[in-house]
Structures are given as C-alpha cells and as structure tokens.
Unconditional design. Sequence first.
Length: 357
Amino acid sequence: MELFRHLSVYDYGEVHFKLDKGTGLRAIVAIHDTRMGPALGGCRFIPYDTDEDALVDALRLARGMTYKAALAGLAHGGGKSVIMRPKHAFDRVALFRAFGKFLEDLRGHYITAEDSGTGLEDMEVIRTVTKNVTGIDPSHGGSGDPSPFTALGVRRGIEAAVKHKLGKDSLAGIHVAVQGVGHVGYYLCKELHAAGAKLTVADVDPLKAERATREFGAGVAPIDTIAGTVCDVFAPCALGAGVNDSTIPSLKAPIVAGAANNQLAEPRHGDDLHARGILYAPDYAINAGGLINVAQEVMGYDAEVSRQKTLRIYDTMWEIFERAKRLNAPTYKVADILVEEKLARVSKEPKHSSPAA
C-alpha cells in the first residue's frame, strides 16, 4: 500500500489506524484538516475487499467533510472513519465499544456520527465510552437520525437547481429519478412527494423500492439503468462514484442533484457533465444538512437552529450556480474555489493539534 502517496493525493493531514484482535475491530480515522475546528464526520461500516480500498474511501470522504463543513460555515474540520465489517460472526456492541475507546484516545480531535452501515444504536454504544460522538438519542441530548435533515437540504438544493436550470419556482410536476432509497433516499422521496414531484426510484433492495411505491406512488426502475431515466433531475443517493464513464453517456436529465457523497467517480466527470450542459449540484454542498444538524449537538442541540441553517443550502447552491454561469466553469470547481477562499482566511495552523504519540 502506497500510504504516503495517497495522503499526498488527498492533501493530508493525518490518519489513525486501530486493530483490536479481541473484537475484530479494524478501523481507520482520517483527519483531513482542522483549521476551522475539530474534525467532524460519520463512521462508515461496510465490507471492503482490501485495506487499501478502506483507506482510500476514508481519505476521499474526510476531504469531502472539510469542504462540506467549510461551505456550510461550521466551526469544524473534516474527518471520517471507516470500520471494515468483519466477514465472520462478531459482537456488534463489543466492536463499537472498542471503536469508541479508539476515539477517546484521539482526545476530541475527531468527532464521529452516523454513516453508511451505522445507526443510532451504534452511536449510543460509542457514547458509553466517549463524548466524541453525535447523532445520539434525543433523550441524551442528541439529535437522533440526521437523515431527515440531509434530505431537507437536498430538497432545497434541488429547488435551487430547478429554478436555475428550468426556470421553475416549484417542484410540482418535476420528475426526479432517485437512485437509492435507504435512510436519506427515503426521506428525500418524502420531501419531494410533499412538494408535488413525480418520482422514479431504484434500490438494490426491492423492499425499499416497493415502500416508495406504496407511500409516494413512485415508479420503479432497475438500479443499473435508472441513470438513463428520462426525467428532470437524476438524484444519486446510494454509495459514491455513481456519476462515471458508464452512466454519464446515458443521462437524460438536465440536472444531477442527490445526497450521495463522492458522486463523481473522478473530478473529470464534473467536466464531462459541464460539457454536456448538465447542471451538477456538488455533493458536499447539497448534502450538508445532516452535518449541520449533528454539529449543533456540540454546542447544545436546537432543532429549529438546525432547520434554519439547513434551509440556507438553497442560497449556497444558488451562489455556486450563478458563479459557475458567469465563469462558464464546472460547478464542482466553483464550489472548491469557494471553500479554498474560506480556508485561506483562517490560520494555516490547526486549532486542535494532534495528540502526542
């Protein structure tokens, strides 16, 4: 594994590894940047084919969290953790308790939250051994599942994109193809349905797609062809890299705006979308609602404050779209420039130094 090459590519930073033989825990915490404050980002718990796959996933995701937090105006840097899901039988509670102890050793340098494969129950286990966790049960002063706030922000971003690209002030009658209807995708469908949108969905789990049909009247498409649906908005809400060499030529939508992280398989795919005249909503800008919500826990949770800050994602997206139009530049590059301008205004020294070795 070319560890330091990967760190250089993603402009790091620091990475922490943990192996706990007793529980089978194999975890990575990637801390990309702490100039704005302690790193905040979710914990992903999925199978990985190789250690390198897990590392690269953590590095890409944590870098995205730096940009997401900065663009949302949060006093946090970017971090992410991945736990490699064991292939053998394991004790989930013991595993996440061991992970919590790992976080406690980092002394508040990184604060975790939910992500793919983790949920409220896992955050509650982590809470028993460290305070460096968000997304915990409201009965313990937390905000619970951040998915509804992520979905709210994505809906607002889609509204901005529809207004900018199609000139429409409402989502009534707008056809959105949603790829992935898990936690966030489901709540996004709920938001869109309430706004009058027409839905087509796809998911690897047919029961999730059927639920969207039952509750929202959604049509169903195969997961491997939904990107080619004739619609107004293609919304990737599954795992990353859904916008790639295979899906871009098949896109029939004038807008790509969804909840998934790292939607572009490579940065050049953002250039490809721009060349085709497709308006792309940069993922870390549009899906910041969940992060905005859990960040409020650090300061004392207030749901209304979280909601109002999340609603402002519309303004962020509009600024990106307008600037991209003026510059005739891909939206992902404009979003990056906005973040880099913010980071350049803060000290180059981290506010929170790494714990001593």
